[in-house]
Design a protein around this ligand. Structure first.
Ligand SMILES: [Zn+2]
Length: 220
């Protein structure tokens, strides 16, 4: 337990350096299979971006859950380490990098849909490690604009633009990304540094029926 009045918040190194794959951190809380850290590179599902895969102190993490500004990690085995012990935090970089590319590609595609289809309504989104998707409420087929949006998204990737990620409100950990001439979007995810990291972007339409359209986003 931490002392009363002490302000302790897990330092989110995944925002400072989203490319870091290993980190030495201290255990600050422990309860059975669950631990908390003083700092972390291990992202917990939020904003449609899935949690990382990886380990803490050599034990696989089976769940990473955001609780306010804290992150609670559930380990596969009962930890042999205790509070104040230093442990190594590792993430599966291949998976994280794929998630970062698909997450950012989805955000760019969404901005392009907003610009292209006035009053289009996003009703859902998900990013996994092989594709991302956005669901819209839209009475027309998105096929009429899909190719144009794909071309524009590819042009943003090819332009190799700088992606800035910053706090808009440090206390409440509100963040945004900004690309000059493209968009500024509030988001607490982990972001690429250059748009070119998205690579080749491919879009596919899925008709969900009843005025609902899905766009699937692939990167290669
Ligand atoms: Zn984002």
């Amino acid at each position: 337990m931490h002392t009363t009045g002490e302000i302790r918040m897990v330092q989110k190194v995944f925002w400072v350096n989203p490319y870091q794959t290993e980190l030495l951190a201290k255990i600050t809380e422990k309860d059975g299979h669950q631990v908390q850290l003083d700092k972390t590179i291990f992202y917990a599902e939020s904003g449609g971006q899935e949690s990382d895969s990886g380990s803490i102190g050599g034990i696989n993490v089976i769940q990473a859950e955001k609780k306010g500004v804290d992150i609670i990690y559930t380990l596969e085995e009962l930890p042999h380490f205790g509070i104040d012990d230093e442990v190594e935090v590792c993430i599966d970089w291949e998976r994280r990098y794929q998630l970062m590319k698909l997450h950012f590609a989805a955000e760019v595609v969404l901005e392009l849909f907003y610009a292209q289809c006035k009053d289009i309504n996003k009703i859902g989104a998900h990013i996994s490690s092989n594709k991302s998707r956005i669901d819209f409420e839209w009475t027309e087929s998105i096929n009429t604009v899909l190719k144009e949006i794909e071309t524009k998204a590819q042009a943003i990737s090819d332009a190799d633009l700088v992606i800035e990620s910053k706090f808009s409100d440090h206390t409440n950990e509100k963040r945004y990304w900004h690309v000059e001439g493209v968009a500024q979007v509030p988001c607490g995810g982990t972001h690429l540094v250059k748009t070119s990291e998205m690579g080749i972007i491919k879009l596919k339409r899925k008709n969900l029926g009843k005025g609902k359209e899905r766009v699937e986003i692939y990167v290669a």
